[in-house]
Ligand binder design. Structure first.
Ligand code: F6P
Length: 506
């Protein structure tokens, strides 16, 4: 776990490099472009434009060695209760890989395979039926992963099934999703590990009543009893387990909307891509390990360069939901200020992750990335082979991707300070050969592993999320007051706000 002294040592390296811009560091190390790049299956990553040199990288790998990252990776795969605050394993790897012989990992892998057989039956049944539309009801980890993958990989005309995602408790979301759908040709899947999430229960009830036929109502949950009580036939409930965190659950039956939209074969291919990354991460020494490089780079940017935000910029329209997905994965996992043993952290943990899709983002906030006062490290993601028929557009897209990373790093001088580009702005470039299910699985699993390794380096638990509970409890307490019931409100500001709302209600 990183200590204050470790951070001071990393800062000494960044101070040493302060007078050497990236252009100089790169020019002084002719083999850097190759030495700072790695490939795993369809994913190529270049760290050559990060603001460290080989000496600083050696210091980072020394930290990795002290943290014994290989042992931490083994513990994850073996089903050790790495989620120590809740006493649970985090066996998402067992959903797609069979890389551990421990009983918990083997049992998890068997349960996952058995569940996929049931998923395949559901897909076959619905594909053979009159159903043309699926409404997927869930939120957070029960929504963002399937939503990303369906949006990224669906056919331009949607193919056999259109999948619609309903997450927000705002009734306008339900109204918009259901408008234009025919209940007789629609099935719904309620996805909730707990089956106790307010948003999903409220939206689920709207959809259940609108459907008016529970034969087309499915659920994915670790709480079968609650799903049954909601009116879902146990035959149509697929399991989830305590040993999978919501934001790591795409690979389980939570991926049912993916399988319905793309077919079971492509869902299996997504898992195979993730398994390829698992095999790499578990078997590769830190120096050649892609997830370790990414995690150490995150630590460098946060703790040595003190960057408070991190951008993720997808140069592929189909990956435009990736930033939203990663926000939950990274910030719900690493947004912690207490270490595993309950003591406060002494170093900064997760920065704010944000981003969007290129080239749209270039015409929005890139001004600040190039000339703003804050340094924003960025992950740029590109896809080499485009699948659309518009080659000129694809070439332009790739040119912009390369241009932005080069311009941010190299900058450009000018006598006019308004027209000068300081450069020295760090980025990682991730290139997928093509946007196949395998490649997307590899990319997502890569981020999962990097997040876990960052948590190990910072000494925090990546698998709990107590921070989201308080707001839910307060909302439950305030709900009767919003409805207009007589309730004592202690907080004077909330009380005044409630008065304002009630005075305006028509
Ligand atoms: O509020 C956060 C959270 O607990 C996430 O971690 C989770 O993915 C989401 O809510 C949905 O939870 P559930 O699947 O139990 O409905």
């Amino acid at each position: 776990m990183l200590t204050a002294a470790d951070v001071a040592a990393l800062r000494a390296h960044s101070a040493r490099l302060a007078t050497q811009p990236l252009t100089a560091v790169i020019a002084n190390d002719p083999a850097r472009a190759q030495a700072f790049a790695l490939r795993v299956g369809p994913l190529y990553a270049s760290f050559a434009r990060q603001r460290y040199d080989r000496i600083a990288v050696d210091a980072l790998f020394a930290l990795a060695e002290r943290a014994d990252l290989p042992a931490a990776i083994r513990a994850l795969f073996d089903g050790t209760p790495v989620n120590i605050t809740e006493g649970r394993a985090a066996l998402h790897t067992a959903l797609r890989s069979n890389l551990s012989t421990t009983p918990p990992a083997r049992d998890a892998h068997t349960a996952a395979r058995t569940t996929r057989i049931r998923m395949a039956q559901v897909v076959a049944t619905l594909h053979a039926s009159r159903v043309t539309d699926i409404v997927s009801v869930g939120i957070g980890g029960s929504d963002l992963g399937p939503r990303l993958v369906v949006d990224a990989l669906r056919a331009p005309d949607h193919g056999r099934m259109r999948v619609h995602f309903l997450s927000n408790v705002d009734g306008a979301a339900a109204q918009r999703v259901l408008a234009g759908l025919d209940p007789a040709r629609t099935a719904a899947v309620l996805i909730s590990k707990s089956f106790g999430t307010q948003e999903t229960l409220l939206n689920g009830a709207i959809v259940r009543d609108w459907l008016d036929d529970n034969d087309r109502l499915y659920a994915v949950s670790a709480n079968v009893e609650r799903a049954e009580a909601f009116g879902i036939d146990p035959e149509r409930i697929l399991p989830m387990w305590d040993w999978v965190g919501g934001r790591y659950s795409l690979w389980s039956a939570v991926g049912l909307p993916v399988a319905l939209a793309l077919g079971m074969d492509r869902f299996e291919a997504l898992l195979a891509g993730a398994a390829e990354m698992d095999a790499h991460v578990v078997a590769t020494l830190p120096r050649r390990n892609l997830a370790v490089w990414h995690a150490l780079t995150a630590v460098w940017n946060r703790n040595a360069l003190e960057a408070s935000t991190q951008a993720v910029l997808a140069y592929d329209e189909r990956l435009k939901l990736l930033p939203a997905y990663l926000q939950q994965l990274v910030m719900e996992s690493l947004g912690k200020s207490v270490r595993d043993d309950g003591t406060p952290v002494v170093v900064q943990t997760v920065p704010v992750w944000w981003g969007g899709a290129g080239t749209d983002a270039q015409h929005s906030y890139f001004q600040a990335l190039h000339q703003g006062t804050q340094i924003v490290p960025a992950d740029f993601i590109g896809v080499v082979h485009g699948d659309d028929p518009y080659r000129d557009n694809h070439h332009a897209l790739l040119a912009h991707l390369l241009a932005q990373t080069e311009a941010l790093a190299n900058g450009k001088g000018s006598d006019d300070p308004h027209r000068a580009y300081p450069g020295n702005r760090p980025s990682t470039l991730l290139l997928l050969d093509a946007l196949t299910p395998q490649a997307l699985g590899t990319l997502i699993a890569f981020y999962e592993h990097s997040v876990y390794l960052q948590s190990v380096l910072w000494g925090i638990n990546a698998f709990d999320q107590f921070g989201v509970e308080l707001g839910k409890q307060v909302a439950d307490r305030l709900l009767p007051a919003v409805r207009g019931e007589a309730v004592d409100i202690d907080d004077p500001v909330t009380s005044a706000l409630l008065d304002e709302i009630h005075s305006r209600l028509l």
